[in-house]
Design a protein around this ligand. Structure first.
Ligand SMILES: Nc1nc2c(ncn2[C@@H]2O[C@H](COP(=O)(O)OP(=O)(O)OP(=O)(O)O)[C@@H](O)[C@H]2O)c(=O)[nH]1
Ligand SMILES: [Mg+2]
Ligand SMILES: [Zn+2]
Length: 344
């Protein structure tokens, strides 16, 4: 089937990549659709003819998923090329699970309001973003409220693009739109009150998403947005608005090298290869700290996230991990046999 048959899905991110994934479905009774919202176990999808409908789903689905839809059910979720995940706050301890916040995104837009910017929160969200398989972009919102905040953030963060935006003055909106070009999907992360929905409305040029004022005392938001929602941008890109969450707990063993590239580079000079940069002798990282070449807050953030990541690896029990590896090997073997039968 050609892409043109699914013209209505193009504004929702239908691309060569999705077409290729769809090619593997091969069931003439099913049509492609994208999940634009998830509400209490039901998925709101946009179908190949551009119409929206709500379908119950057997398995877990996330906003951004490409699915094969029948008349009244979702049949399968196409393989995800990226997934923004966090430890599921509804489950904890031994039952800990993973919640997919959004899937098939190309850019994770980490928002932080200029008047209440927490660099350590941004670093945590950067860890989640790099882990998702998508590329992160840091957006300092409400740049009109503090003109020096962007400079401070850029000094602290290494290896990631930071742009300043203001829905009020229009600053940076064009740059942001440019990052989410045709066929690309972005997802907004950040605390409640960061101005995510205001940003969406400014990019859309109309008030589609509800917005709410921040509290007078601490300028925190009031959790105005309540569900994750996928929207089509005028330039052909796609943006997912999300409710601000208090904190995002890391899932599993997250690689922090891309979040802290300068610490990763320094660590190569440490005496011990497995240096944890705590109290070890010959540590290049604590040495850089002592010489004022590394901000204490930056190292504190690195330590906190690496401890959390390692603790989570232990918690996600090794038995389950081994079982997953066994299944994977089995499947690889089966595939090889299958190929042999075909070629032999
Ligand atoms: N000065 C200024 N205020 C802004 C800007 N963008 C948003 N705001 C204000 O910030 C407040 C919160 O905006 P929202 O867009 O509702 O924030 P949100 O991130 O969507 O919050 P949740 O939906 O609760 O996660 C509103 O009062 C907005 O008017 C901006 O660029 N400049
Ligand atoms: Mg909102
Ligand atoms: Zn070290």
């Amino acid at each position: 089937m050609s892409t043109s048959l699914f013209e209505a899905l193009v504004p929702y991110g239908w691309s060569e990549r999705v077409r290729a994934l769809w090619g593997d479905v091969g069931d003439p009774d099913l049509l492609p659709a994208r999940v634009v919202r998830v509400e209490r176990g039901a998925a709101v999808i946009v179908r190949a003819d551009g119409s929206e409908c709500t379908l119950r789903s057997e398995g877990p689905v996330a906003v951004g998923d490409w699915v094969a839809a029948g008349h009244d059910a979702l049949h399968h979720v196409l393989p995800r090329w990226s997934a923004v995940t966090r430890a599921d706050p509804a489950q904890s301890g031994a039952q800990s699970g993973t919640q997919v916040l959004a899937s098939n995104v190309d850019v994770v837009v980490i928002t932080a309001p200029a008047d209440r910017c927490s660099a350590s929160r941004v670093e945590r969200e950067l860890a989640v973003a790099w882990d998702s398989g998508a590329r992160p972009l840091v957006v300092l919102t409400k740049a009109d409220l503090d003109t020096a905040a962007l400079g401070r953030l850029r000094t602290r963060l290494t290896g990631v693009t930071c742009i300043g935006t203001s829905a009020q003055s229009g600053e940076g909106l064009g740059d942001l739109l440019g990052e989410i070009g045709p066929g690309r999907t972005g997802v907004l992360l950040g605390p409640s009150g960061a101005g995510k929905s205001t940003l969406v409305n400014a990019l859309l040029g109309e008030a589609v998403q509800a917005t709410g004022s921040v509290r007078a005392g601490d300028r925190r938001g009031r959790h105005t947005t309540s569900s994750r929602q996928l929207l089509c941008l005028p330039g052909g890109g796609v943006l997912i608005d999300t409710p601000g969450v208090r904190s995002i707990a890391l899932v599993g063993d997250v690689d922090l090298d891309d979040v802290f590239p300068e610490i990763d580079a320094m660590a190569r000079e440490c005496r011990f290869r497995d240096c944890r940069h705590e109290t070890e002798p010959g540590c290049a990282v604590t040495d850089a700290l002592a010489r004022g070449r590394l901000e204490p807050g930056r190292l504190a953030s690195f330590r906190k996230l690496s401890r959390e990541s390692h603790a989570d690896r232990r918690q996600h029990d090794p038995v389950a991990r081994r079982e997953a590896q066994r299944l994977w090997k089995l499947r690889a073997l089966e595939a090889r046999h299958h190929d042999k039968r075909r070629t032999g």
